[in-house]
Ligand binder design. Sequence first.
Ligand code: 9MR
Length: 356
Amino acid sequence: MIYFLMTVCFFSTAVSAMAFVSFGTSSFPRPQCTVADSSLYQLMPFPMGASVGISRMKNNARYTEVVRKEFNSITAENAMKFRALHPAENTYQWADADFLVDFAQKNGKRLHGHTLNWYQYLPAWVNNFSGDSIAWENMLKDHIQTVVTHFKGKVTSWDVVNEYFNDDGTIRPSVWVKNLGPDYIARCFQYAHEADPAALLFYNDYGHEYSSAKRTAIGKLINSFKERKIPIHGIGMQFHMTYTLTDANISAAIDFAAATGLKVHISELDVRVNNNKVQGLTFTDAMAAQQADRYRQVVKTYNAIPKSQQFGITTWNVGDADSWVPSWQGAPDYPLPFDANYLRKPAYKAIIEGGK
Ligand code: 9MR
């Protein structure tokens, strides 16, 4: 009964004084959910995470409370990226990431590290670095091992390399590939493993749900790592998807990842609804329902893979107003399970249903 009360949503314009709040901002009759003292992660059969921004964690009590209450895994949205941690050649700045470590430890949350190596979010000194290949190698190794050592025993797992491939399965040009050759990716994993042998190491990317060429390339990379005994423990699939993505696309990605035998992290989930980039788009009940259905399908499909491979599902931030999507697509969107006021959307209930 308690479970029912915690998760029930219904359509009504009436708002019960005690147990129910409305959500959304339009004048349509809105689905309404209880705000009983439930917790998403406690209702799910695998870890549920969110990426978080440090300034919101510091300055927005409601945001922090939702993170504390609903999720048992957190990822820094930006605070552990190269430019954030290592802004000048001889300067590391740990304060923001350490703030998150402290929050995770005090609240019993798993902390997933994102990301040791990426072609983006690099400081100018790296992009302008003029050393030879040995100097580049030392710089790569120093960054990875200094960061992993700093967070040893505090960060459970790392996205070691992020977005190495293009959608067509070719290797994406980057300063790393240019200066170190394509196999630098294997050395990233070896360096991370040397620094913290207990950390779980992931290869993270997007597009598994729409590009079979990318899946094939990632599969080959993982096989080559296995053959060469390069340490890799997990595959991160970002899953920045639209609410029109088909069941078949969702299954193709998740089944592929499960077939690697590695742990599978749906690492940056969000479900956008503004396919046509309409300015001033209103989030309708129909969109909310379709979005919820897609969240349910992702969770349900993921829930069917072997338990030992379920590292968890992480949404990319918490509420709609926190999402990266609107600025990226240049148009509003509502991609997350919480609305701009951190009230639960139908997607929230759908996640729980998918996990049953
Ligand atoms: O959400 C992140 C945004 O705030 C940053 O400006 C951007 C650049 O660092 O990165 C965004 O997060 C990305 C993640 O690190 C990797 N996968 C794609 C995410 C969305 O762009």
